[in-house]
Design a protein around this ligand. Structure first.
Ligand SMILES: [Zn+2]
Length: 161
C-alpha cells in the first residue's frame, strides 16, 4: 500500500513539473515568435524603402533596370486607377436621393485624368491606336499592346503620354 501511495505522489509531482515545463515552453515559443515578427517588420520596412527608392528613380527617369521599370510602371498605373476610383467614390458619396427626377440612364463617365506635368524630359508623342481594337494602343518603345489610357507601358515601362 505504501508503494502505491508513493507512486501516486510521484505521478502527481511529475504531472505538475510537466505542466510547468509546458508553460515555459509556451513562453519560449511566444518569445521566439515575437523576435521573428519584429525582424519581419524591419524587413517589410526595408522592402518598402527599396520600393520608394526605385519609384523615385523611375519618376525622375534615372532608373535604368528594365525589370524594375516594368514593376514601377505597373505601380504608377495602379495609382492612376486608384485616383480615378477615388474621384468616382466622392461622386457616389455626393449623390442624393431625388424621387421627382428620372433615374440617370447613362453610365458615369469619369473626367479624363490629367497627370501632373513633369518638368523632366520631353513628352513622347501619343501612341498609335490599334485599328479595330479600341481601348488598346501599341507601345512605341516595345510594340506590345497596352490600354489606351495608360500612362506607362506595362511591358517595358516606357512613358506613353
Ligand atoms: Zn513598351
Amino acid at each position: 500500500m505504501a508503494d502505491f501511495v508513493e507512486s501516486a505522489k510521484n505521478f502527481v509531482s511529475s504531472a505538475v513539473s510537466r505542466t510547468s515545463w509546458e508553460a515555459q515552453k509556451q513562453m519560449r515559443v511566444r518569445g521566439k515568435q515575437n523576435e521573428i515578427d519584429k525582424l519581419m517588420d524591419q524587413r517589410r520596412q526595408l522592402l518598402d524603402e527599396l520600393g520608394q527608392i526605385a519609384m523615385t528613380q523611375f519618376q525622375q527617369g534615372t532608373l535604368s533596370d528594365p525589370q524594375l521599370s516594368r514593376v514601377c510602371a505597373g505601380i504608377m498605373e495602379l495609382d492612376h486607377d486608384v485616383k480615378n476610383r477615388e474621384a468616382q467614390l466622392q461622386d457616389i458619396k455626393k449623390d442624393t436621393y431625388m424621387p421627382e427626377q428620372p433615374a440617370p440612364v447613362a453610365d458615369y463617365n469619369p473626367p479624363p485624368f490629367t497627370p501632373p506635368s513633369s518638368s523632366t524630359g520631353p513628352k513622347q508623342p501619343a501612341a498609335p491606336t490599334i485599328p479595330g481594337n479600341q481601348g488598346q494602343v501599341i507601345c512605341p518603345n516595345c510594340g506590345n499592346s497596352v490600354r489606351a489610357n495608360s500612362l506607362y507601358c506595362r511591358s517595358c515601362g516606357a512613358r506613353l503620354r
